[in-house]
Design a protein. Structure first.
Length: 317
């Protein structure tokens, strides 16, 4: 049976991946308590013990602003740990699927970033994620790096959608940045894309699939971009959250959504003003385009509302 080691298994993407990867084999989910990504020895030891056929790295240091004051910790988790995973994957003959970020770019383009565009991160988070990518390319032949952006989901502690729902319930006015553009991405759609890539990049995995999937071509190793399709500002995203949440019955006190500039909301880390990623390459490989971000948002809110009313999750979680 195919063994898949999944890091970040308790996060918003990791919990979706536990569901989507399960049909492919044994999913070994690891969190902080079983693999400390800040400790190189912990990472290597866990991989040696697990002997996986696949490593899916959905874990990262994602506190973009805090990274500016914790560069060593961010580097350990985002750069050193993935490089060790790549070394062990190479030794084991395993495939490494690694989730990276739009923040490797500086946002100075006005057309979607292609996979071969030159990275130029603006802060510690983006720089350490780029160093992780470089370590993987250097150490492991069988790798897929999947850059994504603006990820949110039903699971996990905090994301933009959950933050907006909380603010909408607490305040009459919410101010949101309107001059940063990207593509909101539902974690469930991203997890499905990772599942599809995994199905096509290993003969071992393909043997567990249907005859129809066996006929599909293998995916070339390398770097890909995946987000939901369409473009929005954070303000556009917030307006859509309000419009989709209202008919579902979420508690909404907010009366006004006010667009503001990045300059009006200073943060320790500089964000790229434009971080739209081109999906042409992965769409050609998978044979379909990613769903529109508004469709993903609607499905996520419906699912989240359902969980809330089952008393399993709360808006603040």
């Amino acid at each position: 049976m195919t063994r898949i080691l999944l890091t970040g298994s308790t996060g918003q993407l990791g919990q979706e991946l536990q569901r989507t990867l399960a049909p492919l084999g044994e999913v070994i989910g690891v969190g902080r308590e079983t693999m400390d990504l800040s400790q190189a020895s912990s990472v290597r030891q866990r991989l040696v013990e697990a002997k996986p056929d696949f490593i899916v790295n959905a874990a990262a240091y994602t506190a973009v602003d805090k990274a500016e004051s914790e560069p060593e910790l961010a580097n350990a988790i985002n750069a050193i740990a993935p490089t060790i995973m790549a070394e062990e994957a190479q030794r084991l003959g395993a495939t490494l699927i690694h989730v990276s970020t739009d923040y490797v770019f500086d946002g100075r383009k006005n057309t979607p970033y292609m996979e071969d565009d030159t990275p130029n991160p603006l802060g510690v988070y983006g720089r350490t994620k780029l160093e992780g990518e470089e370590g993987i390319r250097d150490k492991c032949a069988r790798h897929l790096i999947l850059r994504t952006a603006w990820v949110y989901g039903t699971f996990g502690q905090v994301n933009f959608v959950k933050t907006m729902l909380r603010l909408f319930a607490e305040r009459e006015e919410v101010r949101v940045v309107a001059d940063q553009l990207g593509s909101p991405t539902w974690a469930a759609d991203l997890a499905q894309a990772i599942h599809a890539l995994a199905c096509r990049c290993s003969e071992t995995t393909l043997l567990t699939q249907t005859s129809q999937e066996l006929e599909q071509p293998s995916v070339p190793m390398g770097t890909y971009h995946y987000t939901n399709s369409g473009v929005a500002s954070w303000y556009d995203f917030a307006v859509a959250i309000f419009e989709e949440a209202k008919p579902l019955g979420f508690p909404l006190k907010v009366q006004r959504l006010v667009p503001i500039t990045t300059a009006e909301y200073p943060t320790p880390a500089t964000r790229p003003a434009y971080s739209v990623l081109s999906g042409k390459k992965i769409s050609a490989v998978l044979g379909s385009h990613p769903p529109h971000w508004r469709q993903g948002l609607r499905q996520m809110l419906e699912e989240f509302y359902s969980y809330k009313h089952e008393s399993t999750y709360s808006v603040g979680r």
